[in-house]
Design a protein around this ligand. Structure first.
Ligand code: HEM
Length: 417
């Protein structure tokens, strides 16, 4: 582990996947950057340099100017995707909301936005509720005390099933979809690199997902249903169906963006409650705290670690001269611990209010699935049924500095039958 207090600022490791696997999020390094150099130039010699943005106010300022700070040129810092010295590691074979900019972005977002409003998402609640109950019944196994991994028992399954249901993916294909998604996002983790190099595993998985959705979209064009695959397959922008790359990237984005993130919020949320037993007790004693607790879990886990923006013009930020073409990397978990916004931000408090966290981002690209991703139903049922829970082994973290992942949370638990 780095001695964060004494290394020169330029040597702080804030994007190396191995650091995340070994130590979790580099909160001490971010805290130092927020204090000493909140707009910090990072030059690693292995990829294009970038400005590390660590303050809450700066993330908001940048995200609210989608024409001045673009998503397209560089989506994020993807350290292991390429060994090319000046590459930004991006994927040229995907074109979706996250790497689109005005004016295209708004037109493409409109295609599905109506399916993610609070009112529409509310209609899904009975289905989310029954999936949650089914998974908990299975895990409860008659109410005995058991050992198990919370991720594979629950956290990995729930978001996938909810998404597959929303998209209209047939049940027999869910397992396969889950494997492809895993490889795509966790592709810098050796566990998912069973097909060779890190990039290869991700590419193969993405191609398989593309092929799958291509065939499903064709079926839904021929006979549409009331599902998202049909909505996207039949959508028209300026009178034309979405071109193949944009069509497939849309499905790809929804599967990937909604899956790993929500899974990690669930597993990270349980872990936070286990590590803060007084908070778990507070929540058990007062279920009205589930809503603020979910917001605190989102702030605390911040599953999305970073996205980039690229400046279109020269601009100054906190005295630093940003030049046109420079990349700025927005660190969401750092903003969510900013001491100027969150008093005692290193403490996990289920009753924290107000809680203006940025786990879903802000502005033009604000998370489309945010209403779906607030897993209040899941936590409400979980807290109500958990009679006993304790950590029963080592927590394993994903080797990724893009989406913060927990691969395993071994627990000893008893759920009421
Ligand atoms: C806890 C779970 C989740 C977290 C932490 C999360 C976080 C984020 C973040 C940080 C962004 C970028 C925001 C920005 O640049 O300002 C984003 C965008 C997005 N998210 Fe989520 N997300 C989650 C769940 C979901 C779910 C369940 C879905 C879909 C079903 C989803 C779909 C999307 C899409 C489509 C975008 C791109 C929006 C755009 O560029 O206009 N996310 N999300």
């Amino acid at each position: 582990m780095q001695d964060v207090a004494s290394v020169p600022l330029d040597e702080l490791d804030i994007v190396g996947p191995a650091t995340y696997a070994a130590d979790g999020y580099p909160h001490a390094a971010w805290a130092r950057l927020r204090r000493e150099d909140p707009v910090h130039w990072v030059e690693r010699g292995i990829d294009r340099p970038f400005w590390a943005i660590t303050k809450h106010a700066d993330l908001i300022w940048l995200s609210r100017q989608p024409k001045a700070f673009l998503n397209g040129p560089r989506l994020a810092v993807f350290p292991d995707f390429t060994n090319e010295p000046n590459s930004n590691g991006d994927d040229p074979f995907a074109r979706h909301l996250l790497n689109m900019d005005p004016p295209d972005h708004a037109a493409f977002r409109k295609v599905t936005a109506f399916r993610f409003t609070p009112r529409t998402v509310k209609r899904l609640l009975p289905s989310v509720e029954s999936i949650t109950k089914e998974l908990l019944d299975e895990a409860a196994a008659g109410g005995e005390t058991r050992d198990g991994d919370f991720v594979s028992l629950f956290a990995a399954k729930l978001p996938l099933i909810v998404l597959a249901d929303l998209l209209g993916v047939p049940r027999e294909d869910w397992d396969q979809m889950f494997r492809w998604t895993n490889r795509t996002i966790g592709s810098t983790d050796p566990e998912f690199q069973d097909t060779g190099e890190a990039g290869d595993a991700a590419n193969e998985a993405r191609n398989a997902l593309f092929q799958y959705f291509w065939e499903l979209a064709e079926k839904r064009r021929a006979s549409p249903r009331d599902d998202l695959v049909s909505v996207i397959a039949n959508a028209k922008i300026e009178g034309e169906h979405l071109p193949p790359l944009e069509l497939l990237s849309y499905y790809f984005l929804l599967v990937v963006a909604g899956n790993e993130t929500t899974r990690n919020a669930l597993s990270g949320g349980l872990l936070a409650l286990l590590e803060n037993p007084a908070e778990l007790e507070k929540l058990r004693a007062n279920r009205a705290l589930v809503d603020p607790a979910v917001e605190e879990i989102l702030r605390w886990t911040s599953p999305v670690i970073q996205f980039c923006r690229t400046a279109t013009d020269d601009v100054e930020l906190r005295g630093k001269k940003i030049r046109a073409g420079d990349n700025l990397c927005l660190f969401y978990p750092s903003a969510n611990r900013d001491e100027e916004v969150f008093p005692d931000g290193d403490a996990f408090r289920v009753d924290r209010q107000p809680n203006p966290h940025l786990a879903f981002g802000i502005g033009e690209h604000f998370c489309l699935g945010a209403n779906l991703a607030r897993m209040d139903v899941a936590f409400r049922h979980l807290v109500a049924r958990l009679e006993h829970v304790e950590l029963a082994g080592e927590v394993e973290r994903l080797r990724s500095s893009f989406v913060g992942g927990i691969k395993r949370v071994p627990i000893r638990y008893r759920l009421s039958a």
